[in-house]
Design a binder for this molecule. Structure first.
Ligand SMILES: Cc1cc2nc3c(=O)[nH]c(=O)nc-3n(C[C@H](O)[C@H](O)[C@H](O)COP(=O)(O)OP(=O)(O)OC[C@H]3O[C@@H](n4cnc5c(N)ncnc54)[C@H](O)[C@@H]3O)c2cc1C
Length: 408
């Protein structure tokens, strides 16, 4: 039962006998889970959704904002429909601790009790993964990898680059949110430069030797942005460093003055998953059939924070996992029929105006992990018409998936 400070006595009394599911994190995974549990629970389950922010500003499609394709306000999603139409209690607060034995959550402004806890806190950054940079430097060198104001800041810094100036982007290693995201960002920045600053250059420092949709991105860089991009792959991050005050990067012993710099650090599960003690090797291991934590049977973990197997860390994946998880929770709490543990994902990337590519797959649960079944990826040298269709498909996807998460 929810006992948040400030919750009305009436709402407390009317909810007293029902199982209580608390969802921490109102993003792609958490909002979907809250909505489907409340909607399909037919009033048999109380659902509380906790998010640190009043509205949700996604990372997905933030590159379309950088590209000038959409305005900032269009990336703002409210929880009002979840509250009014689905009866979800939305609490704007930050979870600071979880007492797993007592099934209690400490918020900054109160305490919540849960029967089932769904954690969907997204990512946090690994401090020290880029020499010379820490979160305290995010205003000088933004990450812009959690949506919101950081993205707006990055855009204004890029727009302010002087004629012939340099933009640097540091890509992350290992498992991270949206594998093609940094390279799509390179495309949209290069495209912006072509229009307003054609002699400006982009330096990429990437600790990886290969990356998602590499052939497609390289083809686009050659076709649209020839001579603008200096790609440094397989960079040794032990010797790489940045200086946010001096606005320099040092790669392979050479120090370069830059005009704007996007640092995308190494990543780990959102901090609250670590605080809860359900993380191993940076991410929260879950059972593939229902996203239940392998370390606590009353906690489920969704989206980027989960170590689930083959699915990339994407909004589409989080949304797909949330539906399987919601169904499993309702089966457990109310005896609802159990559906199949099948998942899907597609990630679109914008290369230039009306030119998008995609990669996607279907997945199923095995005893070991969420395993890839089959997939597809756009091909090189596709027709302009096909690429335009793919771009339009991506716009439709954004509208439909955000409606699936936040209503109506
Ligand atoms: C540039 C870029 C482009 C992308 N493009 C795509 C794309 O085209 N397609 C796609 O599918 N994905 C894309 N993604 C990835 C996508 O944004 C993430 O994978 C997705 O948002 C993950 O969902 P999530 O629910 O795990 O986390 P999030 O959506 O980040 O939600 C986490 C929520 O938890 C809240 N939270 C965290 N900790 C606490 C706490 N302690 N207390 C209260 N609230 C808390 C946060 O405020 C946040 O609202 C992109 C990402 C980036 C960076």
């Amino acid at each position: 039962m929810a006992i948040a400070k400030g919750a009305s006595a009436q709402s407390t009394m009317s909810r007293v006998s029902k199982p209580h599911v608390v969802v921490i994190g109102g993003g792609a995974g958490g909002a979907t889970a809250a909505r489907y549990i409340a909607r399909d629970g037919n009033g048999q389950v109380d659902v509380t959704l906790v998010d640190a922010n009043k509205t949700y500003q996604p990372c997905f499609f933030s590159n379309h904002y950088l590209a000038g394709d959409r305005d900032f306000a269009s990336l703002d999603h409210s929880y009002t429909t979840l509250e009014r139409e689905f009866g979800i209690q939305v609490v704007q607060d930050t979870a600071t601790g979880i007492d797993r034995d007592a099934q209690k959550i400490n918020l900054q402004k109160g305490i919540l009790r849960y029967d089932i806890l769904v954690l969907a806190p997204g990512i946090d950054f690994v401090e020290g993964s880029v020499n010379g940079w820490s979160l305290a430097d995010q205003n000088q060198m933004p990450h812009a990898y959690k949506g919101g104001e950081q993205v707006r800041r990055l855009k204004s810094q890029i727009e302010a680059i002087p004629k012939g100036g340099i933009f640097a982007i540091v890509a992350p290693p290992g498992f991270y949110r949206c594998p093609p995201g940094p390279y799509e960002r390179v495309c949209v920045v290069a495209n912006m430069f072509k229009a307003i600053n054609p002699t400006a250059k982009i330096i990429i420092a990437d600790p990886k030797p290969v990356f998602s949709k590499m052939g497609l991105f390289r083809e686009a860089w050659k076709k649209y942005y020839k001579g603008m991009i200096d790609m440094n792959s397989d960079v040794d991050m032990n010797t790489f460093s940045v200086d946010p005050q001096a606005m320099t990067i040092s790669v392979d012993g050479e120090t370069i003055k830059v005009d704007a710099c996007n640092i995308i650090p190494a990543q780990k599960a959102g901090q609250i998953a670590h605080t809860a003690g359900i993380v191993e090797d940076g991410w929260a291991p879950v059972r593939a059939q229902d996203m239940r934590s392998r370390l606590d049977e009353n906690i489920y973990v969704l989206g980027d924070a989960a170590a689930q197997g083959d699915m990339p860390k994407s909004a589409f994946s989080a949304n797909s996992q949330a539906k399987v998880c919601a169904n499993a929770i309702l089966h457990r709490l109310t005896g609802a029929a159990l559906g199949p543990s099948e998942f899907q994902n597609t990630c679109w990337s914008l290369l230039a105006e009306n030119d998008s590519v995609k990669i996607g797959a279907t997945y199923k649960a095995t005893s070991e992990k969420i395993a890839r079944v089959d997939g597809f990826v756009s091909r090189r040298r596709e027709s302009a018409e096909l690429r335009k269709n793919t771009y339009e498909e991506s716009l439709d996807w954004y509208s439909s998936i955000t409606a699936d998460m936040f209503g109506p």
